[in-house]
Design a protein around this ligand. Structure first.
Ligand SMILES: [Fe+2]
Length: 410
């Protein structure tokens, strides 16, 4: 669940606040449609694995979120668009009722894309009406849930891209999501390692801006004497890992990681293919392209990141070390290229309590067996990243834009 820290918008004069929220709502909703617009109707129904959802489902699910948690609760006489949709488009909210099985989302060819477009328009109109008409006494709560819904939709905007990339990577014709797509350019400047200020540092969200509840409470963390890499690990460095037998040397791997290498036949990061001449290609949002040795490695699992760190004689940073270094301005490419695996398990911060009710299921119930990634990726929507943001995935996952930076103790 997301917890809203009183934002500047919530304190703005009433008319300004309504105008600002309507603009923010339109901006986020339009971004989802802009991302989906690159895809055909057929593209939008495919589900390439249980973890990935169809574009059409993403477009409908984020809409259901507003219907379920905002309109049904706070919009007087709101008519549910279609009584069948909550079952189809609830993701994992047990308290919100029964839901369709996640691995079967790709089987839902009906409602079709046009039905989902109409659903979005219906909910858009109702949300805008609510923003306009909610009595001042209820406005703060309405805008709080609206804000959660917007950040939730932004998360799905990133998933929309990672999920379709996974589908396209399994298509022998190597489709391009956007043939004009260009990768973000890495920061220049000195490479190497830089010392993190040792001692006790506060981590977690502070200030007036938005955060999810898992970024709280802010608390002290003990940072040892150590250094962190300024830059992300590159494809060129990963090629050296492959050439040195990284994927065939069990002593470099955690036991579960080595089991994954064996079971999945991993020989390189996700989507990499070796051509006959020994050169590697990878799947990007612009289609299949040569692996650029200068670019940050992408689509590696936690297991691979951890094995690479051991190979390099280094470590992954903890999430606290990452955050302290980022707050000190020590990191190049902390944001906007690849999420960075940390060695931290995804656990509640000291004193964390999930909110009551269905929205309390947003984050808290996933705090086991996953690892934290920090920063943001090339697919993260503008305005969604922040220093305290905690992303999390299971250790074998590699369909996200996930990379790493190294750390070393001194
Ligand atoms: Fe969701």
């Amino acid at each position: 669940m997301a917890r809203t820290v009183a934002s500047a918008l919530l304190r703005a004069p009433a008319d300004d606040a309504r105008r600002s929220w309507r603009a923010a709502f339109r901006r986020v909703r339009a971004e989802t449609e802009a991302r989906a617009a690159h895809l055909s109707a057929e593209d939008q129904i495919v589900q390439s694995m249980a973890d990935a959802s169809p574009t059409k489902w993403h477009r409908a699910h984020v809409t259901w979120f507003f219907e379920q948690f905002l309109l049904a609760e706070h919009a007087p006489n709101y008519p549910i668009f279609d009584e069948r949709f909550p079952f189809l488009f609830n993701s994992y909210y047990v308290a919100a009722g029964p839901r369709h099985a996640r691995p079967d989302r790709g089987l839902i060819t009906r409602p079709n894309g046009a039905d989902v477009t109409a659903y979005r328009a219906h909910v858009d109109a109702a949300v805008e009406r609510l923003i306009e008409e909610v009595p001042a006494a209820h406005a703060a709560r309405v805008f709080e849930i609206l804000e959660i819904g917007l950040h939730h939709e932004q998360q799905h905007q990133e998933l929309l891209l990672t999920d379709i990339l996974h589908a396209f990577a399994h298509n022998p014709t190597d489709p391009a999501y956007d043939s004009n797509w260009q990768p973000p350019q890495p920061a220049q400047g000195p490479r190497g390692f830089v010392e993190i200020p040792a001692g006790i540092h506060p981590i977690g969200h502070d200030g007036d801006g938005y955060c999810f509840d898992n970024e709280l409470p802010r608390h002290d963390a003990l940072i040892p004497k150590m250094r962190i890499a300024r830059h992300l690990v590159t494809n060129g460095e990963w090629l050296a890992f492959i050439a040195a037998g990284g994927y065939t040397t069990p002593t470099l791997w955690l036991s579960d990681g080595w089991a994954a290498v064996q079971a999945e036949g991993w020989q390189a990061p996700g989507y990499w293919q070796e051509r006959g001449d020994g050169a590697w290609t990878t799947m990007t949002l612009g289609g299949r392209r040569p692996v650029d040795p200068e670019a940050a490695v992408q689509h590696v699992s936690y297991y691979e990141a951890e094995a690479f760190a051991r190979f390099a004689g280094k470590h992954l940073p903890s999430e606290a070390e990452w955050e302290v270094a980022a707050r000190a301005g020590l990191l190049a490419d902390g944001f906007g290229i690849a999420w960075q695996w940390t060695r931290s398990a995804y656990l509640p911060y000291p004193g964390y309590r999930a909110a009551e009710g269905a929205l309390g299921e947003y984050n808290g119930k996933f705090m086991v067996s996953q690892m934290v990634l920090r920063g943001s990726s090339l697919a993260t929507p503008e305005g969604h990243a922040r220093l305290s943001y905690r992303n999390f995935f299971y250790p074998p996952a590699r369909w996200q834009f996930s990379g790493l930076r190294l750390a070393e103790f001194v």
